[in-house]
Design a protein around this ligand. Structure first.
Ligand code: AMP
Length: 204
């Protein structure tokens, strides 16, 4: 199954993509995480773009993405999280890779800032925590793999507002582009409830 999870930053798409990908035994590909793991000179260039809340170029993005999708764990399918981010990428995706369904996880803007400024990430296993609603048991340490947690450089208010602006201008039109392939779920509920709604709508 080839899926795309789409939603504003902080909509929970990463968390949900992880849950559903495990259930379906397909790979979860977060393009943000992929890019953050690029090393060397190219990595430096990419990281400074990300830290300012800007996008990485389409060609480079596709190259990094295709390399990931060729790996063994993607042979049954994938969930893309963070791609496509605009109409150009949506067309590239349909042409180069193809996709079955788009899951849109919808939340209001005001929830976005509150969620992201409290978010903690594990760089090792990708687990996500929230200082208010889902804090780690031990401060700064991942419950799942015991690695150190970090706050993303772009989870500050200025970068969040910039990313929201970009989302509305660039990503929202992608949802219209995919039309009938889109399934919409309410992202304001808790993690289990959102997962349940996705499973029901995907008929899992
Ligand atoms: P995310 O973790 O999805 O919020 O992505 C973090 C950052 O990675 C974004 O703000 C962009 O700078 C970059 N990025 C992630 N996905 C893409 C993409 N599909 N195209 C271009 N840049 C991306």
């Amino acid at each position: 199954m080839k899926l795309v999870f789409i939603g504003k930053q902080g909509s929970g798409k990463g968390t949900q993509a992880r849950i559903i990908s495990q259930k379906l035994n397909i790979c979860h590909v977060s393009t943000g995480d992929l890019l953050r793991h690029v090393k060397g000179k190219l990595g430096k260039k990419i990281h400074s773009l990300i830290d300012e809340g800007n996008m990485v170029g389409d060609e480079l993005m596709l190259e990094v993405l295709m390399e990931r999708l060729r790996k063994e764990d993607c042979k049954n399918g994938f969930i893309l999280d963070g791609y496509p981010r605009d109409l150009v990428q949506a067309r590239i995706l349909e042409k180069e890779i193809g996709v079955d369904l788009i899951v849109e996880i919808y939340i209001e803007d005001k929830i976005v800032v509150d969620r992201l400024t409290n978010r903690l990430n594990c760089g090792n296993c990708g687990a996500i925590f929230n200082l208010k609603t889902n804090p780690p048991h031990k401060e700064g340490i991942c419950d799942k793999c015991s690695d150190e947690l970090f706050v993303r450089e772009d989870d500050n208010e200025a970068a969040i507002l910039q990313r929201l602006k970009l989302y509305k201008k660039k990503t929202q039109p992608v949802i219209n582009f995919f039309g009938k392939k889109v399934i919409r779920v309410d992202g304001s509920k808790n993690v289990e409830e959102v997962a349940k709604e996705i499973e029901e709508k995907l008929k899992l």
